[in-house]
Design a protein around this ligand. Structure first.
Ligand SMILES: C=C(O[C@@H]1C=C(C(=O)O)C=C[C@H]1O)C(=O)O
Length: 374
């Protein structure tokens, strides 16, 4: 399939108001799309089906996980090197003093709660609204794609749910056969072209909370957990601290149990989970919907050959079929509604947080997605 027909099919799907998702996984030169053949809203609670999942932050909410079932979809892919983007200049997102004071107040409340209670970390967020001139989601998707090579860049649409676009640096987890990979990502600073960025004890602590939580949560379902050293990774105009965690699933592990164990992680909710989630639902004062939820491929069959000798006619006898799922946390994302983009941004709060700096952090995060809007 060539680039023109790939994107023409997407545009036609959108103009018919039929559900679709188009995405490219990090450091992957393939763009894939799923086009659902009808406009029904399919859901999953068991995560036993095969397809593409789009799940909300609050899984217990009425917004349960939307599924594009594999058997109801057309599927296509192209090489991302083929994609051309338009030239454009983005407009600055104007900082709103009222929103700033509101966020600073929310963060201060979070710090107070941490000081007086057992809460250690809470991730507090806000929604920033920007009027846009170009609302073609495919154009915005292509712009993100050309800027964020090491992100999961996606555009997802369902006429009964809405239109979401994002470029997330965060893997929730992936499972290939029995192998589980996840990451702990937290701590944020602007990217400034220095070779050795400095991190504070506050940021290391905030990220360590996420690593400890993840390893503890996956322990009942795994054997041999390996935790990498902490590295700095770049996500567009930002840097984060990252640890990679790999392990092997035991026979007790079901995909749903791993989802319930990990989502939402302290990277996007806080620690302890119940208390931080209750604080968010009570005080954030808006509905996160799919922001800090997760999205990705569910139970897809992947065939790999054990024998690299292509001339070996018995190759098929050595082919291994593995089931694989990969989910990304829905961050650096926005919801498009008519001529408005709702951009969602947040950051982790601990007792050492400074409210003004936390506001700045959300402003920097909003530039990831804001920079592709005009
Ligand atoms: C919550 C967000 O990002 C998360 C919070 C981070 C932090 O607190 O430093 C860093 C990366 C993400 O895990 C967001 O981008 O909105």
């Amino acid at each position: 399939m060539n680039e023109d027909s790939f994107f023409e099919d997407l545009e036609s799907q959108y103009s018919k108001q039929l559900p679709f998702v188009v995405y490219s996984r990090p450091i992957n030169s393939v763009i894939k799309c799923w086009l659902q053949k009808d406009n029904d809203l399919y859901k999953t609670d068991t995560f036993k089906e095969s397809g593409f999942v789009f799940a909300p932050f609050n899984l217990k909410d009425s917004d349960s996980s939307v599924l594009f079932p594999q058997e109801k979809c057309w599927f296509a892919e192209i090489n991302s090197d083929l994609v051309e983007t338009d030239t454009f200049s983005s407009t600055e997102i104007l900082q709103n003093e009222e929103q700033k004071q509101h966020h600073i107040h929310l963060v201060s409340k979070g710090i107070e709660h941490i000081e007086t209670d057992t809460l250690e970390k809470v991730v507090l967020s806000r929604c920033e609204t920007k009027r846009i001139q170009n609302h073609n989601p495919i154009t915005i998707f292509k712009r993100l794609l050309s800027r964020y090579k090491n992100a999961m860049v996606y555009c997802w649409f369902h006429p009964k749910v809405g239109l979401w676009i994002g470029a997330t640096p965060e893997l929730l987890f992936k499972v290939e056969g029995k192998r589980l990979t996840t990451i702990s990502l937290a701590g944020t600073q602007p990217y400034k072209r220095v070779s050795q960025p400095q991190w504070t004890a506050k940021e290391y602590k905030e990220q360590q909370i996420v690593t400890d939580y993840i390893t503890e949560q996956i322990e009942p379902y795994t054997k041999q957990i390996n935790v990498s050293e902490v590295n700095t990774v770049r996500a567009g105009n930002l840097l984060h601290l990252k640890t990679k965690i790999t392990s092997v699933l035991n026979d007790k592990a079901k995909l749903k149990s791993i989802i319930e164990a990990l989502h939402p992680t302290p990277a996007v909710c806080g620690f302890p989970k119940g208390e931080s989630k209750a604080f968010i639902l009570k005080h954030e004062n808006y509905n996160r919907e799919y922001y800090t939820g997760f999205l990705g491929e569910l139970n897809l069959k992947q065939t790999t050959s054990r024998n690299n000798n292509r001339r070996n006619v018995e190759n098929n006898a050595y082919a291994v079929v593995k089931t694989q799922s990969n989910f990304y946390v829905n961050l650096r994302c926005m919801q498009l509604k008519n001529d408005v983009a709702n951009i969602f941004v947040g950051g982790g709060i601990t007792k050492d947080s400074i409210p003004e700096n936390e506001w700045e952090e959300t402003v920097n995060k909003s530039k990831t997605i804001g920079s592709v809007l005009d």
